[in-house]
Design a protein around this ligand. Structure first.
Ligand code: SF4
Length: 305
């Protein structure tokens, strides 16, 4: 199975709260109106310019072992090394919001619009994360239902309803952008399901994604991943440095496995330098979905929680 899937831009639009949180802004911090206005403009630009697209391709475990082995630079041990051999299904994937957003960011910086350029970059990063999450949900059959909402033609521009909602003036304090309102925009257009893999997830399993450059999977693993997936077909290329072009792209493997297989303690040597510890919230979400409590070894406190 190999499939290309397009998403409407509004399905990937991050909430204002998510964008600010990703920049380290506390949720209860009042946003000055000039920044709120620039963020509104950045969200509108994202809707106008983003052309989210993804590609997924199933890969047998033995073949993925070669992809994962890469150039032999992975950490000696890693979460994914222990997880993928127990997976029910493995899908290589890559997603991108296209190059028009990046071009606009460059144009804004060149024109001295550093505030808007910075915020559009932040929106684009959160939007790309959201796109990868949408793809993961579709593969797991937990995304929006097939044919939900309208799928705008990316050539003719964004969903006018979504733009109209962003235009609503918001002056409430302490958060002028009304994060709950803007956050809703992300699901207005629905998403296009990955028809081949949605519903094919083995019963009782959960999809989680893992990417080169994180958690012991060396960034040079991108080369083998690209050889196997060939995301050039959707416009994603690999630089010599192993960074992707467009920059706002994410690649990796979607692993379908029983929830307990995805669970691990973050006690790997590289975890001590990790500032995000995103694995904890990912595992907690999996545990929450099956209604059990999370208890794992926590790197920060050296205790079990
Ligand atoms: S603590 Fe950080 S580096 Fe370690 S597994 Fe979790 S996300 Fe990866």
């Amino acid at each position: 199975m190999r499939e290309i899937v397009r998403f409407p831009a509004d399905a990937c639009l991050p909430s204002a709260a998510d964008v600010l949180a990703a920049q380290g802004v506390p949720a209860d911090r009042e946003t000055p109106e000039p920044i709120a206005e620039a963020l509104r403009e950045a969200l509108k630009l994202f809707l106008e310019l983003a052309a989210p697209i993804g590609i997924v391709s199933e890969i047998p475990t033995a073949e993925f072992a070669e992809v994962y082995g890469g150039e032999g630079r992975n950490a000696q041990d890693s979460p994914l090394a222990g997880i993928f051999p127990k997976a029910g299904q493995l899908l290589l994937f890559a997603v991108t919001i296209g190059d028009r957003v990046g071009d606009e960011i460059s144009r804004l910086f060149a024109a001295g619009r550093f505030d808007l350029g910075y915020l559009l970059d932040a929106v684009a990063s959160s939007g790309t994360d959201r796109l990868a999450q949408k793809l993961q949900e579709c593969c797991g059959g937990t995304g929006d239902s097939p044919h939900a909402g309208t799928v705008p033609d990316t050539k003719t521009g964004p969903d006018e309803n979504a733009l109209r909602d962003i235009d609503v003036p918001v002056r409430t304090s302490p958060f002028p952008l009304s994060p709950s309102h803007l956050g809703d925009l992300g699901v207005l257009g629905g998403s296009i399901p990955v028809s081949e893999c949605a519903g094919r997830t083995p019963a009782g399993t959960v999809f989680l994604r893992y990417s080169p450059g994180y958690c012991g999977w060396d960034i040079t693993g991108q080369r083998q991943l690209f050889q196997a997936l060939r995301p050039e077909e959707i416009g994603i290329t690999l630089r010599e440095s192993c960074l992707m072009e467009p920059l706002k792209s994410i690649s990796g493997v979607l692993v379908a496995a029983r929830p307990e297989v995805h669970r691990f303690d973050n006690t790997y040597p590289f975890c001590s330098a990790c500032t995000t510890q995103t694995c904890r919230s990912r595992i907690a979400a999996v545990e929450e979905s099956r209604g059990t409590e999370t208890e794992f070894y926590h790197q920060d406190t050296k205790t079990r929680r």
